[in-house]
Design a protein around this ligand. Structure first.
Ligand SMILES: [Zn+2]
Length: 251
C-alpha cells in the first residue's frame, strides 16, 4: 500500500512537472499557460495524449517531435522526473495530511524558479504570485503556523531586501520576492535554515567559479537555485535540525 501511494505521488508530481514545463516555456514571452493546447513550436503539430505522458513520451520519441524531428529540450523530462521524486519525498515525510500541501506548493514554485533563474536570470512575478496565492490558505493550518508563516514572509523579504541594498544589485528583485514566498511556505524557523544553507552553498559555489574563472566578481550570480536547494532541505529535514539544535542548547 505504501509503495502504491508513492507511485501515485510520483505520477502526480511528474504530471505537475509537465505543466511546469509549459509555464517555463510560455511565461517569459507573456503567453497564456492554458491556451493554446500543447504543440510543437516548429511544425505547430498539436500534441496528442500519448505525446504528453511525462518522461515516457520523451523516451519513446527519442527526444524528437513525431512529425518534424525537432529536438525536444532535455529539460522537459528532467523537470518531470525531479518534480515526481520531490512529491514522493513530500509524501514520505508528511503522509496524506493537510500539511503535505506545503511541500507540494513549495516544490511547484522552486523547480521552475531554478530553471528560470539558470536559463533567463529572472524569476517571473507570475510565479511568485502563484506561490503566494496558493500559500496563503495553507497558513491557516493552526494558530502557530499562521504566526510562523507571517513572520517568515516578512523576514524572508526583508532580509534579502537588505542584502540587495548592501550588495548594490547583487541580489535581484525576483530573489527578494521568492524569499518572501518561501518564508510564507516554510515558516520562520525553517526559513532560517533554508537561508543559511542557500548562502553557504552560494558562497562555496561562487568562490569555486571565481577560482576556476567561470564567473567574474561584478557579475550577479543567480541565487534562485541556492534558495531552492536550501528550502527543499529545510522542508524535508528542517525539523530534525531544529530538534538537534534545541537539544544542543540544553546541554
Ligand atoms: Zn514538430
Amino acid at each position: 500500500m505504501v509503495y502504491l501511494s508513492w507511485v501515485l505521488a510520483f505520477i502526480t508530481g511528474a504530471a505537475v512537472g509537465s505543466f511546469l514545463n509549459v509555464c517555463i516555456c510560455r511565461m517569459p514571452v507573456g503567453k497564456s499557460v492554458i491556451r493554446p493546447p500543447s504543440h510543437c513550436p516548429d511544425c505547430r503539430y498539436r500534441l496528442r495524449i500519448f505525446d504528453l505522458i511525462p518522461i515516457l513520451s520523451y523516451l519513446f520519441l527519442k527526444g524528437k517531435c513525431r512529425y518534424c524531428g525537432r529536438r525536444i529540450a532535455w529539460q522537459d523530462p528532467v523537470v518531470e522526473l525531479v518534480t515526481g521524486l520531490l512529491f514522493v519525498l513530500a509524501l514520505a515525510k508528511y503522509g496524506i495530511t493537510f500539511g503535505v500541501l506545503r511541500p507540494v506548493v513549495l516544490f511547484a514554485v522552486i523547480v521552475p524558479a531554478t530553471v528560470f533563474d539558470l536559463r533567463y536570470k529572472i524569476i517571473p512575478d507570475e510565479l511568485n504570485l502563484a506561490g503566494l496565492v496558493l500559500g496563503v490558505p495553507l497558513m491557516f493550518e493552526s494558530k502557530e503556523a499562521l504566526f510562523s508563516c507571517v513572520i517568515g514572509f516578512l523576514a524572508g523579504g526583508a532580509l534579502l531586501f537588505v542584502i540587495a541594498l548592501v550588495s548594490r544589485g547583487g541580489m535581484g528583485g525576483g530573489d527578494i520576492k521568492l524569499a518572501a514566498v518561501l518564508g510564507l511556505l516554510l515558516g520562520w524557523k525553517q526559513l532560517l535554515i533554508a537561508l543559511f544553507l542557500a548562502f553557504a552553498a552560494g558562497s562555496v559555489a561562487g568562490m569555486t567559479m571565481l577560482m576556476l574563472k567561470l564567473a567574474r566578481l561584478k557579475e550577479p550570480i543567480p541565487f534562485g537555485p541556492y534558495l531552492a536547494l536550501g528550502s527543499a532541505f529545510a522542508i524535508l529535514a528542517g525539523d530534525k535540525v531544529i530538534k538537534w539544535y534545541l537539544g544542543f542548547c540544553r546541554w
